[in-house]
Design a protein around this ligand. Structure first.
Ligand SMILES: Nc1ncnc2c1ncn2[C@@H]1O[C@H](COP(=O)(O)OP(=O)(O)O)[C@@H](O)[C@H]1O
Ligand SMILES: [Mg+2]
Length: 462
């Protein structure tokens, strides 16, 4: 396997934007001395845990630690997942961050250890330096000819210029598609990677700035390049070891990356790739970037997985593993042993533990305000107060869930602002956990598969 492929093309998966549970979080909200600001980057309170996370983050960014494991422990809704997501935001594009939930490991398609191995290898980046020929210039004209009958392949011409020269290139089907995909028009400054045909839009040319009077704020203006159109450039890109595994494990392997249907990867292939990467390192062509693997709900793993983790953390290609658990003393899955956080003591012994604490009323108030902005719902200040009250008495999550629902109720009565009455309405429509338990108890005989009284008192997570 001499020609191990490692193209940056495989990274070209578009990310979807939507308002998810943690979409308001933009970072840990620390200042340059790593002191947490009380309310910044979408993060409120939980100061000690955020500072601890910040220290870990600094060490990761300096490449100082790998194979270290951190456990975030705390009650449900205290921001464990939120802090992990904040760390992911701050790591930057170059450092891989993988997030899984422990229960994902139990799949029928591959063994538990295989799926953990894949998660580990997704979290190790390889930064590769490559010299490639690129063409960089300002687009003068894109001309695409369709054949008269409408069938058959399209042909076209692309005119590019620098301040010193201008050239016309013939376009094939593939290039036409990429030009369309990137929506390249005259006046754009683009870069074409000659070996892969990949097109990157660098921005719009300053020379054309006045042609458009209404440009969005996201449009970047750049100078028209000078000198030769074709240059040699050193490109640096980071791919994960898992991506290299997949590309090399099958014919047309990289398609499997898009479908996610990678199957099990043979140990021999991994062995070869480890060797190749080690070679690249020695030749100075690549560096290893240890990233972060976040395993949420870690107590869902069983003994086999835990012992695998013990071993995998000692590998010299190990990422930083961050785990989260909301369990106290709980049974380890599949055994009768009880242990703190539902995980074995020998693994616990390796971990640095960050604990998260319940929020004060003021902090909940702030978090709810941030969520209202994120979900684009306007609430009167009385409504936010009531919602905060609900959060303290039920849970922060429940209160967050009421924001959009109450906004819909407000819209129904043609109001743009949510008021106390709307909150009351949704509060009566949707039960929180306590009222739901109450309800089940009251009507238990009418439910299907109801078990006798003795278990209902033990309904808490165990
Ligand atoms: N310190 C915080 N600042 C802002 N939002 C928070 C904070 N802590 C939690 N949240 C939000 O509250 C909700 C519940 O927190 P989450 O991180 O899911 O809790 P956990 O994982 O500890 O059970 C999420 O929507 C989360 O984004
Ligand atoms: Mg969580």
């Amino acid at each position: 396997m001499d020609n191990i492929i490692s193209t940056s093309q495989v990274r070209d998966i578009t990310r979807l934007e939507r308002s998810g549970t943690h979409s308001h979080i933009k970072g840990l909200g620390l200042n340059e001395k790593l002191e947490p600001r009380s309310n910044s980057q979408g993060m409120v309170g939980q100061l000690r845990a955020r500072k601890a996370a910040g220290v870990i983050l600094k060490m990761i960014q300096k490449g100082k630690i790998a194979g270290r494991a951190i456990l975030m422990a705390g009650a449900p809704g205290t921001g464990k997942t939120a802090i992990a997501m904040a760390m992911a935001q701050e790591l930057g594009d170059d450092v891989p961050f993988t997030s899984i939930s422990a229960s994902e490991v139990f799949s029928l398609e591959m063994s538990k250890t295989e799926s953990l191995t894949q998660a580990f290898r997704k979290s190790i980046g390889v930064r590769i330096k490559e010299e490639t020929d690129i063409i960089e210039g300002e687009v003068v004209e894109v001309q695409i000819d369709r054949s008269v009958t409408g069938v058959g392949s399209k042909t076209g011409k692309l005119t590019l210029k620098t301040t010193d020269m201008e050239t016309i290139y013939d376009l094939g089907q593939k290039m036409i598609e990429s030009l369309n995909k990137e929506k390249v028009v005259a006046g754009d400054v683009i870069q074409i990677d000659k070996s892969t045909g990949r097109i990157t839009k660098l921005g719009r040319s300053f020379l054309r700035a006045r042609d458009f009077d209404a440009t969005g704020s996201e449009v970047k203006f750049v100078q028209c390049p000078d000198g030769e159109l074709q240059t040699r450039k050193e490109l640096v890109h980071t791919v994960s070891i898992h991506e290299i595994d997949v590309i090399n494990s099958r014919q047309q392997g990289f398609l499997a990356l898009f479908s996610g249907d990678t199957g099990e990867i043979k140990p021999e292939i991994r062995e070869q790739i480890n060797q190749k990467v080690a070679e690249w390192r020695e030749e100075g062509k690549a560096t290893i970037v240890p990233g972060v693997l976040f395993i949420d709900e870690i107590h869902m793993l069983d003994m086999e997985c835990f012992s695998f983790l013990n071993r995998a953390l000692e590998d010299n290609l190990a990422p930083v593993v961050i785990m989260a658990s909301n369990r106290g003393i709980a049974k380890i899955r599949g055994t009768n042993y009880k242990s703190p956080h539902g995980m074995p003591l020998d693994l616990l012994d390796r971990l640095s533990i960050i604990s998260t604490e319940p929020y004060s009323e003021d902090e909940m108030h702030e978090i709810l305000k941030i969520r209202c902005i994120e979900e684009e719902a306007e609430l009167t200040s009385d409504a936010i107060d009531i919602l905060t009250k609900i959060a303290t008495e039920t849970s922060l999550r429940y209160a967050i869930n009421l924001i959009t629902t109450s906004y819909l109720v407000a819209q129904k009565r043609k109001s743009l602002k949510v008021d106390v009455a709307d909150i009351k309405r949704v509060y009566s429509l949707f039960l929180d956990e306590k009222r739901s338990v109450q309800y089940v108890k009251e009507f238990q005989t009418e439910f299907l598969y109801n078990v006798a009284d003795d278990t209902s008192s033990k309904m808490a997570i165990d």
